[in-house]
Ligand binder design. Sequence first.
Ligand code: COI
Length: 382
Amino acid sequence: MPPCGLCYSAGKEPEKMSKTQSLSFARVPHPSPTPAGKRAELLKNPGFGRVFSDHMVTIRYSDSQGWHDAKIEPRAPIPMDPAAAVLHYAQEIFEGLKAYRTADGKGATLFRPVENARRFQQSAERLAMPALPEKAFLDACDLLVNTDRDWIPGGDGSLYLRPFMFANEVFLGVKPSSDYLFIVIASSVGAYFKTDAPAVSVWVSTEYTRAAPGGTGAAKCGGNYASSLLAQAEATKHGCDQVVFLDAKEQRWVEELGGMNVFFIFDDGSLATPQLGGTILPGVTRSSLITLARDKGIKVREERYSIDQWRADAASGKLIETFACGTAAVVTPVGRVTDPVKGEFIIGSGGPGQLTQKLRQKLVAIQRGEGADPHGWVMRLG
Ligand code: COI
């Protein structure tokens, strides 16, 4: 098994972050890794989230021992007690980040993994969970990518890392768990959306909301996604690819899609995206695009935008493009919006717009280590 380029043995994390002073990873190599031929077959057209690499990283936490028992081992089902707290009260958080193969085919990159590590800590705080030290998060990702590097698809594909943590105490009382299991798995992926259409369609949910003030909307916790599923199923039933949620208070302001942030592009060349403030996930792709656009001198407003204004601006031609963005979705043009009450409207030509394409290209080039990286976002591995 290759060494972990970031592994450390003398952690100096703040007291509140970890009770362990050091964390080194035990290595249990897979006794029968997937044969190269079978892996190549799987990587030809992996889709999203169905093809998994051979290993996983696990770290345990208990109130008495702090972070401990870190290892990389063969990916396998995890034994769980049926009374494990997460199965009852959903105390769970996760992250999503991608590893890319460099152009020469030999190296690998991660895009802004520190941002994911920090958001993971913020999600943990909101869900009353212990904060995994940033370095342990980065080491875990680095170690898994280094070990399963052959699972990074070539071409447009990437290795999607899914770090997650859940409450593992065997107890039915409602309180923060005393035990947690942190795991990172890796999935070879292509495009998130299955559609061949040049742009996706979205369904405005007028019945359900995603997040309310004071809730968990800004945290990346499984519960937010669970509660979006009924609205997402409704979207699918109506022939749409994604659901778009409005704010919970007034049912008026566009907030977020089921699993991604949203941007609007106007005929004066400016961009807008809903402002953060507790109900919207602070996306790493969202913040990267804001920075890249501002670098180019493009005006970006983080402000409220209503569903009625969206419709009116699309009709008048003031709004020329809309796109969804996230780690999984990257930058995906939105071509059609369907509102169950007021009917549908088309954005621009209904296909990908020019600025959307440009921003996507710029971002992807940086992520793959092919374009200039003025902000130092790319972490090269190995
Ligand atoms: C991601 O973009 O990484 C997410 O977690 C969103 C989900 C729809 C896959």
